[in-house]
Design a protein around this ligand. Structure first.
Ligand SMILES: [Zn+2]
Ligand SMILES: [Zn+2]
Length: 494
């Protein structure tokens, strides 16, 4: 008889994430015993998801490396049991200790029972006792079973070795976002019934188990954030250091005239709280590059929406994908205005981009040419000498600067909103794939051209040496500082 899991608020529970390549490696191993016996593997996890004041504490364990349990590991096995050689474990404990990794143990249930058994309880208790004996009582054991294409997981700690803690979900980050082991509530709230009609009942439960961060809360960020709340996201982090200005009013959602002069993040949090949808929202009225806590909140998110208009901010988010095993959905607009002889502006080009990048799939923002050293240099030059922004653009080009946004850049509500909606639709497509993209469109880079009303993708630069998306660093390891940048401060509350 399987041991029962305590019921309760799943929001307070931790999350497990498997990279798609790890899932593939594991499923082919776990399901291929020649006589149909149980098989096992060790998974090393990075422990991410630092504490965020105001949100439920929910750590993220992101898979980092795998050790398949070959014959050396196995004392005996059958279709319903697996006895492993405990002498092999100290080596694994040692690696966890020296590389600051969390130990995971996964085994298959070829019999088709997707529940932890009494035997599993006993095995896990032995494992965590051994681990805590070597590495201390703060040790953590992630235990996973695999059965018929799905995953189920739970967690034990050295402090309470006899208590198996259920997890919020197990996510698989491939070219989509699979979510396993979600508890569906009996009924979706009435506000989400029409969405359920399109995507099915699990979709709403999946949305409710996810934490999203929105960085930048202007023309694209505010529609993304408010629509995420309406679509039933579980938790929402809002990050923007700017005050709301009257010139923003033509293209935002959720702000009122009385918000002018107040922090965007705080005003938008209040708006979303007042919707009364039960979404947990926190606001960081700071720029993401100035706030260690905001970076910590990104480490705790499942998905980040990049809606900033600065290149340095985007560069940081690009780092976060690979350090924290995140999904980044970045959006931005570009345009070109030609002035007629009488000074009338003509919109010659205006396009909105959505880049959807997962840790192992998609070209990063550097390879997409969204972040370049030249753009970063230009942006910094304008910061240092604001008068440069008033120079004629051709002069800037000659001096090797690129043309950035700036305060007088065009901003038209329908175009920013359409880009925001495309960002959110792209996110939904990760959870419940519904798109049938033509062969010339890439999931990681979609542009909507508002002038010619066409949709296209750009090819990424061929950079086999890109340290982010090409070297498959998966989850990079921070040493002392957040994202290894001293200005973001020391990591304090892992
Ligand atoms: Zn078992
Ligand atoms: Zn790259």
């Amino acid at each position: 008889m399987g041991s029962e899991e305590p019921s309760g608020n799943r929001i307070d529970m931790d999350r497990i994430a498997l990279l798609g390549s790890h899932q593939n490696q594991l499923t082919s191993w776990l399901s291929s015993h020649p006589e149909g016996h149980e098989r096992g593997a060790i998974i090393f996890f990075r422990r991410l998801g630092r504490k965020v004041v105001g949100l439920p504490h929910s750590e993220r364990f992101v898979s980092f490396d795998i050790e398949l349990m070959d014959d050396d590991w196995i004392l005996d096995s059958s279709e319903v049991h697996l006895r492993i050689n405990m002498r092999k474990l100290p080596e694994m404990y040692f690696r966890c200790e020296t590389e600051n990794l969390v130990l995971g143990f996964v085994h298959s249930h070829p019999s088709g029972v997707l529940h932890f058994s009494r035997k599993d309880d006993i095995n896990e208790e032995n494992l965590i006792h051994g681990l805590a004996g070597c590495n201390g009582i703060h040790s953590i054991l992630v235990s996973i079973i695999y059965c018929d294409g799905t995953w189920r997981g739970r967690i034990r700690t050295g402090k309470e070795p006899n208590e198996a803690k259920p997890v919020r979900h197990i996510s698989v980050l491939s070219d989509k976002l699979e979510l396993h082991h979600i508890t569906e509530s009996k009924d979706s709230p009435e506000s989400l019934l029409r969405q359920e009609a399109a995507f099915g009942k699990p979709f709403n439960a999946k949305m409710g188990s996810l934490r999203a961060a929105v960085v930048g809360l202007g023309g694209t960020g505010s529609p993304v954030a408010t629509m995420l709340a309406r679509c039933g996201i579980g938790e929402l982090v809002l990050i923007d250091g700017d005050d709301f200005e009257e010139t923003n009013m033509n293209r935002v959602r959720g702000y009122k005239s009385s918000d002018v002069g107040h922090k965007k993040a705080e005003s938008l949090k209040k708006f979303i709280d007042d919707l009364g949808l039960g979404i947990k929202v926190i606001a960081f009225p700071e720029f993401v590059g100035d706030s260690g806590e905001a970076i910590d909140s990104l480490s705790s998110a499942d998905v980040v929406f990049g809606c900033t208009d600065d290149v340095a901010g985007r560069d940081l988010l690009n780092h976060c994908i690979y350090y924290y095993g995140l999904i980044l959905i970045d959006s931005g607009l570009t345009g070109f205005i030609q002035e007629g002889e009488d000074g009338t502006p003509h919109l010659r080009d205006h396009r909105g981009r959505v880049s959807c990048i997962l840790p192992e799939i998609g070209a990063c923002l550097r390879c997409q040419g969204i972040v370049t050293d030249m753009k970063l240099k230009y942006e910094q030059a304008i910061k240092d000498r604001p008068e440069l922004a008033d120079l004629y653009p051709e002069t800037l080009k000659r001096e090797h600067y690129l043309i950035g946004g700036g305060n007088s850049a065009p901003g038209v509500g329908p175009f920013t909103s359409m880009t925001a909606d495309n960002a959110l639709a792209t996110f939904m497509n990760l959870i419940k794939p519904y798109r049938r993209l033509p062969s010339d469109l890439r999931q990681d880079n979609i542009w909507v051209d508002f002038v010619h009303m066409s949709i296209h993708s750009n090819e990424p630069a061929e950079n086999p040496d890109c340290i982010y998306c090409r070297k498959k660093f998966l989850t990079l390891k921070e040493e002392n500082y957040r994202l290894d940048m001293a200005k973001l401060g020391k990591i304090s509350n892992v």
